[in-house]
Design a protein around this ligand. Structure first.
Ligand code: XLF
Length: 323
């Protein structure tokens, strides 16, 4: 028994059973007793032991969030919104970060099951087969796990198309795409959209492949490899954090942005507004996406049957100084 329930019992002279019934709303308590207990709870500043409750009900009022990394501002913002929206609907959050490491992700899911969370939001999960077997409701951001699990994502393909169109409109002729890791489904779709539009417009572009987004700060040169990226006049980078690193790389080499080279990112995370020059980008609405993830997950948790399994959030061009 929660030790503070004993304190309430002592203070009120009522039995532990009566107090538990009141707290767990699990049986009759006379209105006089309820008043007395309520007063004691306030005076003793009693907070129920959520662990004990979870064990008792074999469930909690918590959802799990498994996020790639908080050092990428997009995911930091997304986590903030997810927590806020969960709270608005009466749920708390347990957070794990994985750095896109499969073993860390597996361990996060195992622990979340142990915490008896009601549902889980994953971000670009790499554990498709494990996710398919999970009994807990899931909403997957970006990765399409299977045709039963809900995926929420930006319209990444369309975003890639918009990026190419914008570079052409700004007069770019020699174009480069900094492509994200192939395991990021969203980044792949951005590349495919960019390629699709390039084909339609009959233009070519080169590619530099990155193996990560938030570690690139430490091995940017290695990721860029032998290519002289200062030679290009238009560069589409698969996300904002990588794009800001590219801005810095080019500026250090004396490239004038946007005069000589125009750079466009993807996300519209706050980092692009802070950089100098500020970054043109394709916005994926982090607020809208977080709302969608939480509302869909909690609808599932609360027993709703949701037929649609794919939700693509609209994207839009945000033009700033870098183009
Ligand atoms: O997974 C993609 C790639 O990076 C994600 O949406 C992001 O754009 C976040 O920065």
């Amino acid at each position: 028994i929660d030790s503070s329930i004993r304190d309430i019992s002592k203070a009120t002279g009522l039995s532990i059973a009566t107090i538990s019934r009141y707290i767990n709303d699990s049986g009759y308590v006379s209105s006089e007793s309820a008043e007395v207990i309520k007063k004691a709870i306030k005076e003793l500043d009693y907070v129920p032991n959520e662990n004990a409750r979870a064990v008792f009900k074999n469930s909690s009022n918590l959802i799990g969030i498994v996020v790639s990394s908080l050092s990428n501002p997009f995911f930091a913002e997304m986590t903030m919104h997810l927590e806020e929206k969960a709270q608005e609907r009466g749920y708390g959050v347990i957070l794990f970060t994985t750095n896109d490491d499969i073993d860390k992700e597996r361990e996060a899911i195992r622990l979340l099951k142990g915490y008896r969370v009601k549902g889980i939001i994953t971000t670009r999960t790499q554990l498709k087969s494990e996710m398919s077997k999970l009994k807990t409701p899931i909403v997957s951001f970006e990765t399409e796990v299977n045709d039963k699990i809900i995926t929420v994502a930006a319209d990444n393909f369309k975003g890639g198309q918009l990026a190419l169109k914008h570079l052409l409109e700004r007069g770019c002729k020699k174009i480069l795409h900094i492509r994200g890791p192939k395991s990021f489904e969203a980044a792949e779709l951005r590349y495919l959209g960019f390629k699709d539009e390039a084909k339609r417009q009959n233009v070519n572009f080169d590619i530099v492949q990155f193996d990560s987004d938030f570690h690139v700060a430490y091995n940017l040169e290695e990721n860029i490899g032998d290519k002289d990226i200062t030679e290009y006049d238009g560069i589409f980078v698969f996300n904002d954090i990588a794009a800001v690193l590219i801005l810095r790389y080019l500026l250090k080499r004396g490239v004038n942005i946007p005069k000589e080279t125009k750079v466009i990112g993807f996300d519209n995370s706050y980092i692009g507004g802070l950089s100098y020059p500020s970054l043109t980008t394709i916005e994926q609405s982090v607020d809208g996406i977080a709302s969608k993830c939480i509302n869909l997950l909690l609808d599932l948790v609360e027993g709703k049957n949701i037929k649609e399994k794919r939700f693509y959030d609209p994207v839009k061009l945000i033009q700033r100084e870098s183009t």
